[in-house]
Write a protein that binds this ligand. Structure first.
Ligand SMILES: Cc1ncc(COP(=O)(O)O)c(C=O)c1O
Length: 438
């Protein structure tokens, strides 16, 4: 299958209907700022920061220069019993912006790796404390925690788990927090905090002493931006504490300013024990992820080992890759220098005004939003998910890139977007969602 002299036969695209894609390819050939261009030169506004990973906009020269310099200085170094200065510098920088007390950082290359690493760290911690029976995890309906086997087991978007049941691990699920009363709620819903009691119920059913950790996305991103009810995360924290369970916030989407604070933990004033992050860590430029843990979690694991062997039997060839570290340091410099977390907070008002202005369009069934992320729930077609796919392709044709999951669109532009850029993105949405005939 050829498209504009690109041979598309050999690359099997992830999370894609490859047959449909070959018939109707939607390809990005170039990017700058908040715009992509197709190989034909058509401009596509980036309404999803790539995949929520490029809040500082595309083509940042500072990152490119740092990556280039690092490749020439130290292109690769192993991190098993060896290290490079650049990863210590990055871990220190992250510790400075993370919630107080969460200051020990393990690196990987993707959000999925961060999630699986966090699961292993939770198990190692409990084992170190003499609690080796804590092997079960709690997740939530509609959750997305990546696609490695740990994350697949945690999946609450059931389509991502259904076909892999034979290879998943022991996870039980709480209910998600969305309910009918929340339709068209801007910010945190007032109802639904009592759903945190699901964690207490699961502790009674399975024995709290068998549970290692509870994973939540502070704002459930991939399902279409489900904002936590007021008081919900705080109550999860309390129940986790009462039962000796680690609370893990998966901040792969919410990290690095998406909510207006560096991390959603700070925004919602609830401190977990472990935070996973990826995506915006390098502004999407080089694959990288991290797991940040409380000081005492690492200390307990270190203290449990007396022989000369690694205390955590886990790591990747590309853990703390020097080039990724250099990209991350340059990215953190941009966030700081350009005040991008504050910019995200300031821009959120205009952004959410625009999003909630879509309320009466014929295709819109619900709107949700917080900070610089929002979910547009579409009126479903005859087959679940089909409407999302149709609308996503139409938006592209009209010049706007958004992420679609099922029948929800996720609209989360870069923090460097101008008000005019956001206005243009909304115009495309008005046009496509304003038609009743899709
Ligand atoms: C909350 C969350 N966790 C984990 C992941 C997986 O990250 P990756 O695709 O980099 O493996 C994602 C990806 O969207 C995510 O949103």
């Amino acid at each position: 299958m050829m498209h504009n002299s690109i041979n598309m036969d050999h690359h099997w695209l992830p999370f894609t209907n490859n047959k449909l894609f070959h018939k109707e390819p939607q390809i990005f050939a170039r990017a700058e700022g908040v715009r992509y261009w197709t190989p034909e030169g058509n401009e596509i506004l980036d309404g999803a920061s790539g995949l929520f990973c490029c809040p500082a906009g595309h083509g940042r020269r500072e990152i490119a220069d740092a990556v280039h310099a690092q490749l020439l200085e130290l292109d690769y170094s192993p991190h098993f019993q060896r290290a490079a200065p650049v990863s210590f510098a990055l871990a220190e920088r992250l510790a400075a912006i993370l919630p107080d007390g969460i200051d020990r950082v393990f690196f990987g290359s993707s959000g999925s790796e961060a999630v699986d690493s966090a699961m292993k760290i939770a198990i190692a911690y409990h084992r170190a404390k003499g609690d080796a029976q804590r092997t079960r995890f709690v997740s939530r309906s509609w959750a997305y925690h990546g696609v490695n086997l740990g994350g697949t087991s945690l999946a609450g978007m059931v389509g991502n788990r259904r076909e892999y049941s034979g290879i998943t691990c022991d996870v039980v699920h709480m209910r998600h927090t969305w309910n009918e009363d929340q339709r068209f709620t801007r910010g945190q819903p007032e109802t639904g905090a009592e759903l945190a009691e699901d964690l207490a119920d699961l502790c009674r059913t399975y024995g709290g002493e068998t549970i290692a950790a509870v994973f939540v996305e502070p704002i459930a991103g991939s399902i279409g931006t489900i904002v936590p009810p007021v008081g919900y995360l705080k109550r999860l924290r309390e129940i986790a504490d009462e039962n000796g369970i680690l609370l893990i916030f998966d901040e792969v989407i919410t990290g690095f300013g998406r909510t207006g604070s560096a991390f959603a933990s700070q925004e919602f004033a609830v401190t977990p024990d472990i935070i996973t992050m990826a995506k915006a860590l390098t502004n999407g430029s080089v694959p990288m992820s991290a797991v940040a843990v409380k000081t005492e979690i690492q200390q307990a694991v270190l203290d449990a080992i007396t022989a000369d062997r690694p205390e955590l039997m886990h790591g990747y060839t590309y853990s703390a890759h020097p080039v990724a570290c250099a990209a991350a340091l340059a990215t953190l410099d941009i966030y700081e220098k350009d005040g991008l977390f504050a910019r995200s907070k300031a821009l959120s008002q205009t952004f959410l005004d625009g999003v909630f202005g879509l309320r009466n369009l014929p295709q819109v069934a619900d709107l949700r939003g917080y900070g610089m992320m929002s979910g547009i729930q579409l009126k479903p077609g005859s087959v679940p998910g089909e409407k999302g796919s149709i609308i996503q392709r139409l938006l592209f044709k009209e010049g706007l890139h958004l992420k679609a999951t099922g029948d929800a669109l996720i609209f989360a532009p870069a923090f460097v977007s101008s008000e005019k850029d956001i206005g243009r993105m909304l115009e495309v949405l008005q046009k496509v969602l304003g038609r009743a005939d899709h």
